[in-house]
Design a protein around this ligand. Sequence first.
Ligand code: ZN
Ligand code: ZN
Length: 70
Amino acid sequence: MRCSFCKKTAVAICRFCGRGLCDDHKKCKPYVSAAYDENRDDPKFIVVEDAMWCGKCNPVMKPIEMPEAE
Ligand SMILES: [Zn+2]
Ligand SMILES: [Zn+2]
């Protein structure tokens, strides 16, 4: 896989949008993941402090309605 920005070999993948990222372009951003436990009604939230991020996409951490397809 290649970096989406400079075409170097990717060393990481954006956790949010899936872009390939090289060492120069990978960034970190806290990632919140909901973990559903079959034995509990309420979901647990797991925060990954340094998830890989491309720096370009704009992840939204709450459920939203999908915008109309372009
Ligand atoms: Zn790059
Ligand atoms: Zn991204």
